[in-house]
Write a protein that binds this ligand. Structure first.
Ligand code: NAD
Length: 377
């Protein structure tokens, strides 16, 4: 069985889908590993490190004869030229609203898996790329906020006078938001947070932050059975926006992380709210790739309005490329291991396995995932 790791084709993607540690693990389960020359450089891994772990390094043509292709991002059809029909391709596929790209993926003959669709069940926790990457993004976004903010985070009592602690408000308390709360607290900020899922109140408080939300009947029912946020009614959104508006005016840093699976990110911070913040304040929009939680954020840009910075960094987990690659590569290995027959050391993909059903997008030249079937005209 041959595992191939081509270089990422998007120049803005510094992560890599395998590390030397995981090369050893794949070899340990009977695979051979080919890594494209330079694939790990932006994540701090040299070809020689991969070679020392037992991988072959190839300047090109890594897909030749590959049974499994590991990537960070969804490959374009061009990236899969020469792929063996039926070879497995694993990546963060970003499948929503990407009908043409999924058709192209199917056309390449790949059996493609979207790692971000992994069910959040106990067995699959170790394969949960959303969590591993969101956790790092939640940490990094606070570090980036501290860099953009022209003042200190902790309260400082000095001979020259007292410096007040920064006030940080986290909107959306999933995996990223929880890590952002913990990180901002560690830096000494006064932290508040909000979410539409009632279960988050206790989590916020257990991290030493204060919970801010309209806690009415709708709020008490606002979680799906899968643990995700529901889209809230317009009436709830209006009540919550009034509460949040008054709160944001008093904050130094607002970090937004709110997402609803398969939908555009909810708009939570209006232009008016930004105008209410004092100069020097910062809004960090972690949802910018999904349309943004702030009306004024722009993907990949730092917008400055009346002295308030609205930061829309892309691929925030990628800003910690080495750590993000290491966790992502472990997530991938844990899944690939389930697709291998231990006795024959060859691939055996069970189409009825819960994890395969949840993540497999394309097979035998067609899109097969029920959520992404082509629309019939
Ligand atoms: P996410 O990235 O989908 O969303 C981030 C947060 O934004 C969520 O907490 C969501 O409730 C919140 N949000 C959505 N709309 C909002 C709004 N209008 N205002 C404020 N907040 C809003 O979430 P996630 O980090 O992927 O976590 C989602 C769920 O999955 C959580 O219940 C989490 O505990 C759970 N989870 C389970 C596992 C597991 O069991 N393996 C692993 C990770 C996460």
């Amino acid at each position: 069985m041959r595992i191939a790791v081509p270089s990422e084709t998007d120049p803005a993607e510094p992560r890599v889908a395998i590390t030397p540690d995981m090369v050893r693990k794949y070899i340990g389960i009977g695979a051979e590993v080919v890594v494209q020359s330079g694939a790990g450089l932006k994540a701090g891994i040299r070809d020689a490190d991969f070679e020392a772990a037992g991988a072959k390094i190839a300047p090109s043509g890594v897909l030749e004869g590959a049974d499994v292709v590991l990537r960070v991002r969804r490959p374009a059809a061009d990236d899969l030229t020469g792929l063996k029909p039926g070879a497995l391709v694993l990546a963060i596929m970003d499948p929503y609203g990407q009908e043409a790209a999924l058709q192209a993926l199917a056309g390449s003959g790949a059996t493609a898996f979207a790692m971000e669709l992994m069910p959040r069940i106990t067995r699959a926790q170790v394969m949960d790329v959303l969590s591993s990457q969101a956790n790092l993004a939640g940490y990094r976004v606070v570090i980036d906020a501290a860099e953009q903010y022209g003042r200190a985070f902790p309260m400082m009592m000095t001979a020259a006078g007292t410096v007040p602690a920064a006030r940080v408000f986290i909107m959306g308390v999933g995996v990223a938001g929880l890590q952002a709360i913990a990180t901002a607290r560690r830096l000494g900020a006064i932290v508040t947070a909000t979410d539409v899922r009632p279960a988050t109140k206790e989590q916020v408080e257990s991290l030493g932050a204060k919970f801010i939300a309209v806690e009415d009947e709708e709020f008490k029912q606002a979680e799906t059975s899968g643990g995700y946020a529901k889209e809230m009614s317009d009436a709830y959104k209006a009540k919550q926006a009034t509460l949040v508006a008054a709160h944001i005016a008093k904050q130094d840093i607002v970090i937004t992380t709110a997402l609803i699976p398969g939908r555009p990110a909810p708009k939570l911070v209006t232009a008016e709210m930004v105008h209410s913040m004092r100069p020097g304040s910062v809004v960090m929009d972690l949802a910018v790739e999904r349309g943004g939680n702030c009306e004024l954020s722009r993907p990949g840009e730092v917008v400055e309005i009346e002295g308030v910075k609205i930061v829309g960094y892309l691929n925030v987990a990628g800003r910690l490329a080495a750590t993000a690659s290491s966790l992502y590569a472990r997530n991938l290995f844990a899944f690939v291991e389930t697709l291998i027959d231990k006795d024959t050391k060859s691939l055996r993909v069970d189409p009825n396995d819960e994890l395969v059903r949840a993540t497999c997008l394309t097979r035998d030249g067609a899109v097969i995932h029920p959520n992404f079937l082509p629309k019939v005209a």
